[in-house]
Design a binder for this molecule. Structure first.
Ligand code: ATP
Length: 426
């Protein structure tokens, strides 16, 4: 049955986004260009989700369309001529309220992407695609899964017409992740990771015939660049259901082809991913929970394959070292714990302490994080200077000694600290 999606579209968008969509649609109509909302936006719409983001594809020149929108309604436009894509930098009045709120006040702009319909072919497995302009069907065929190959037309009287040339609607309704053609995973092995992500996010199932394509494609995973494979893992770690997705990737043997160490995860660390602790609800914390029990050598090998960002690599190294040396904190005085833990990154300490099983060690780490590392002596370098002590490494030594005295309860008041300082200077 032919169904019109205009009502659903109107319900799923807030007023600003709907106005924006209609402005683009009117402009496309005037230019005689078929315009579509495509891909994941349509999938989410059919699933009854609110749309905060949408992908627009035009059969024709997206760059001209973006430029005339900017000249009529304000903002600016930039173009990527080779790919026929454009960005419309939205004027303030067309920026959705929630987007504007989240933006730093540095004159940053919200943007709307406009894409010219295109076809893509792959010169060799795992290569980036060769792009040619085409029509909407070409554009739907280049996509990863049937559930992402739906489009709704927006121009003129076509507003709300569904394009479902590849039977995506039925798969969305039945909850099936299915590739569009048998070589799909070989052309782009990242799609295997995407399939697991959609499966886990929506509670869908990967179709049997799609699963059957994994064994042959597995060998091409090693051809993916570090950036592409890491990006897919990043996306998975951003999902609330990341833990079940990692387990599913392992079950499908999609982790060892990236690196065997990825599959060697600790169930108890991963279980911490389920915690509601806000400090753990971000990508980097999840990378740590996944990998912190690896040796520093394994982390280095993984880094060669995945090219972690410098920030992530630093905290990963720190977490791995810390996990290996945790038992050393037991039985020490607070000042000795501080000395031992000071060199580790706070992020690593925070994540490791939330995952550690041993209650005694957990308590010590928590004490360090909540109290001990904040402790400082009242005396400062400035005060030492006033006492005519010549500046040098001695300063550090004195201040450390005073801090240790506070930490271990040797001094409890400023007076007692002064007395201790006096006796040290003698
Ligand atoms: P998400 O909600 O995860 O962002 P999305 O569907 O919006 O889902 P994007 O990664 O933003 O996903 O990609 C937009 C669309 O581009 C997808 O819906 C899909 O049709 C297409 N696409 C993305 N990556 C690929 C790929 N590797 N191969 C083929 N098509 C892809």
């Amino acid at each position: 049955m032919e169904q019109n999606y205009s009502a659903l579209l109107e319900q799923s968008l807030d007023a600003t986004r709907l106005t924006l969509l209609r402005l683009v649609a009117d402009e496309a109509t005037q230019r005689g260009l078929p315009l579509y909302i495509v891909g994941g936006s349509v999938r989410d719409l059919v699933l009854g989700r609110r749309l905060n983001d949408f992908d627009l594809t035009v059969e024709g020149d997206a760059i001209k369309l973006a430029r005339s929108l900017a000249s009529k309604h304000g903002g600016g436009a930039t173009a990527h001529t080779k790919f026929g894509t454009a960005k419309w930098f939205l004027p303030k009045n067309l920026t959705p309220f929630d987007v504007a709120q989240g933006m730093p006040d540095t004159g940053a702009y919200a943007t709307l992407d406009l894409i010219s319909a295109r076809s893509e072919t792959y010169k060799h497995p795992a290569a980036l695609p060769t792009v040619k302009f085409g029509n909407i069907i070409d554009d739907l065929r280049r996509r990863d899964f049937t559930i992402n190959a739906l489009a709704i037309r927006l121009d003129g009287s076509h507003f709300g017409e569904l394009r479902d040339d590849l039977n995506g609607l039925e798969d969305v309704q039945k909850g099936i992740v299915r590739v569009l053609y048998p070589r799909s995973f070989i052309d782009d092995p990242t799609r295997m990771y995407r399939a697991v992500r959609y499966e886990g996010r929506y509670g869908f199932k990967i179709a049997e015939d799609t699963l059957a394509l994994i064994p042959e494609a597995r060998a091409f995973i090693e051809k993916l660049s570090p950036q592409r494979i890491r990006h897919e893992l990043d996306l998975i770690l951003e999902e609330p259901n990341a833990i079940s997705m990692l387990k599913r990737l392992d079950e499908l043997d999609l982790l060892t082809p990236i690196h065997p160490a990825l599959s060697n995860f600790s169930q108890s660390n991963l279980a911490t991913l389920k915690s509601n602790d806000p400090a753990l609800q971000n990508r980097n914390s999840r990378w740590l929970l996944w990998l912190m029990h690896l040796t520093d050598q394994e982390i280095e090998f993984l880094n060669e394959r995945l090219h972690f960002t410098a920030g992530l690599l630093k905290i990963l190294r720190s977490a791995s070292l810390l996990s290996a040396n945790l038992s050393a904190v037991v039985g020490l005085k607070p000042s000795q714990v501080v000395e031992l833990l000071e060199g580790y990154s706070l992020k690593a300490l925070e994540v490791v302490s939330s995952a550690v099983q041993d209650e005694e060690i957990k308590n010590i780490l928590n004490k360090y994080l909540s109290e001990w590392w904040h402790v400082k002596p009242k005396t400062t370098g400035h005060d030492l200077k006033k006492l005519s002590i010549p500046p040098g490494p001695k300063y550090n030594e004195i201040l450390r000694r005073l801090r240790a005295a506070w930490l271990d309860g040797e001094v409890k008041t400023e007076e007692e600290e002064k007395t201790l300082l006096g006796s040290m200077l003698k």
